[in-house]
Design a protein around this ligand. Structure first.
Ligand SMILES: NC(=O)c1ccc[n+]([C@@H]2O[C@H](COP(=O)([O-])OP(=O)(O)OC[C@H]3O[C@@H](n4cnc5c(N)ncnc54)[C@H](O)[C@@H]3O)[C@@H](O)[C@H]2O)c1
Length: 516
């Protein structure tokens, strides 16, 4: 794991067998590299074929970028990374693969031949998918062996972050293959959208192309620059779209009267000649020069790699925000995190320090956790403590199925003491003591440790939690299985001395001495 990877170390061998163990990728450009990264980070082995000598290196760069992005996207423990193998033939890529994902250039004849070649060497039950942006699967399947297992799996760049994947079957695709592909993509933390009918451009690219066509006209007609077009999107509708799309947004625009009112109010405007619809501006040298010059000016001296980093960080911010709201792409992320934590749940908590304290949580301090004083800011301490408490709760069985019954623990009191500093790049480990418990109460004491030996304390956090029945709206005894887990932990920590700082409170401030 690189220093830029801000997350807990991967928990090895804890995930149940994923629906795909090995994926064969054909093409390692922008999209193939993105698929490689998403699959590897999901713990799947990847066999990658691309005839270009530079493709392998480019794919490695994408994988590194994806590691950084996922390290920032979530602190949930990812499975042990899959292995990337570069191979020199289509046959070697697809041999033994459960999923084959073709991401070669968007040329129908090339894809038809490549997919046919792959299908002859692939295991009979492998799903064969193409990343095509809009070519029809029935035409692409023209020469495929076993066309019932072939479909479009159209992702969006960057593939390792954006959850959407459009699934489109051809006229010989089996419904079971569509269902299986949807399950596979779901297990990759994606949102499969099954397109009901095979149409050119599917759903998303038809919408994007309509917008892009209009944008080109606005520039060709000197109404706006490329930057102004982008501003018109990113400061307004673009923000709404990430949560609500077009229809739900317009429903709100109709107020309490809803969609019918909105249609009545704005529908007639569709008759006005606002847009160019199917017209396309001539993409002659003059227009191309103009777009390229304006685009260069917009990018300034920022390289593609820099812009990709900005894009990823912004996407992560949006996705994290949406996860908090449990909405749109954030719902996919929240479910993925719940899944990751549950898979690792039993395992992470078995980690204990030699003296019996539990070591449930570790982080590398990312640069954005540093404040104007040059060290980790206060609320990040609380975040680390809260994440550790969550890991403790998972350890004693407070997982999805338990929480779904309406029972959980609530924190009712916390005491944070600062003893030292953490800086960007420092590894921080949390050592946890169970100081006391009964049927309803849970008394935890966490120590944040850093330094080369991970033994230098920089903070302690002491917390009292109450077991609650949310349906009844009051405290309630924890289930016997939870209490027996607590007993076992208490027993393993029986000989530890009471921590000096436990039970302390902030005393009254004394008047400072003023020298005469
Ligand atoms: N770029 C996007 O935003 C985007 C989004 C979604 C889907 N797609 C689709 O994904 C596919 C790939 O697009 P891209 O943007 O990654 O293109 P790209 O040009 O970046 O990459 C294509 C890769 O395919 C390789 N290649 C060429 N011939 C090959 C062969 N016979 N076998 C295996 N690999 C071969 C090339 O060397 C190159 O590395 C296209 O079908 C495209 O429509 C692209």
């Amino acid at each position: 794991m690189s220093a830029s990877d801000w997350r807990c170390p991967p928990v090895a061998d804890t995930a149940p067998a994923p629906p795909v163990r090995t994926a064969g990728l054909l093409g390692a450009g922008v999209i193939g590299g993105g698929w490689a990264a998403r699959l590897l980070l999901a713990g799947i082995d990847v066999r990658l074929y691309d005839p270009s000598p530079s493709a392998a290196e480019a794919a490695q760069v994408t994988v590194e970028r994806a590691r950084r992005a996922w390290g920032r996207l979530t602190l949930a423990p990812l499975p042990a990374e899959g292995t990337l193998t570069l191979v020199d033939s289509v046959e070697a890529a697809v041999a033994g693969a459960d999923l084959i994902q073709e991401s070669a250039p968007e040329r129908e004849a090339l894809k038809v031949g490549l997919l046919a070649q792959a299908s002859r060497a692939a295991p009979p039950d492998a799903i064969i998918a193409t990343s095509t942006s809009g070519l029809l699967p029935t035409r692409l399947a023209a020469e495929i062996d076993g066309p019932e297992r072939f479909l479009v799996g159209h992702p969006f760049n960057p593939v390792y972050l954006l959850p959407l994947v459009e699934i489109v079957g051809g006229d010989r695709t089996a419904p079971e293959a569509i269902a299986r592909a949807a399950d596979i993509y779901r297990a990759l933390a994606m949102k499969p959208l099954v397109v009901r009918r095979e149409v050119d451009g599917f759903i998303a690219d038809r919408l994007l192309e309509a917008l892009w066509r209009e944008a080109l006209w606005l520039i060709a007609d000197d109404v706006a620059t490329v930057e102004e077009v982008d501003d018109a999107i990113r400061f307004g509708a673009g923000l709404r779209w990430s949560a609500m799309g077009t229809f739900l947004t317009y429903r709100l625009a109709g107020g309490d009267a809803g969609m019918r009112h909105f249609m009545a109010q704005f529908g007639p405007a569709l008759q006005l000649p606002w847009t160019h619809l199917m017209d396309v501006p001539a993409l002659d040298e003059r227009l191309l020069d103009k777009i390229v010059a304006q685009s260069d000016a917009q990018a300034g001296d920022r390289s593609i790699a820099e812009l990709e980093r900005i894009r990823d960080d912004c996407l992560i911010a949006v996705m994290r925000g949406l996860a908090g709201a449990g909405y749109g792409a954030g719902e996919v992320l929240a479910l993925t995190e719940r899944d990751l934590y549950e898979r690792a749940g039993g395992e992470d908590a078995r980690l204990a320090l030699p003296d019996g304290r539990l070591a449930l949580h570790e982080v590398l301090v990312p640069p954005e956790w540093i404040d104007y004083n040059g060290h980790m800011t206060e609320y990040r301490y609380l975040e680390v403590l809260a994440d550790t408490t969550d890991a403790f709760l998972r350890r004693i069985g407070i997982l999805g199925p338990y929480i779904d019954t309406g029972r959980s623990y609530y924190t009712v009191e916390s005491h944070l003491r600062h003893l030292g500093e953490a800086h960007a790049g420092d590894r921080v480990r949390v050592a946890t003591r169970l100081l006391g418990h009964d049927e309803k109460r849970l008394h935890l004491f966490h120590e944040l440790l850093t330094g080369d030996d991970l033994e230098t304390p920089i903070a302690t956090g002491e917390h009292m939690l109450l077991h609650v029945d949310r349906t009844a709206g009051k405290t309630a005894p924890a289930a016997p299985v939870v209490l027996s887990e607590l007993e076992a932990i208490a027993e393993s920590q029986r000989d530890l001395p009471w921590p000096e700082a436990a039970g302390c409170s902030i005393g009254p401030a004394r008047p400072s001495r003023v020298s005469a």
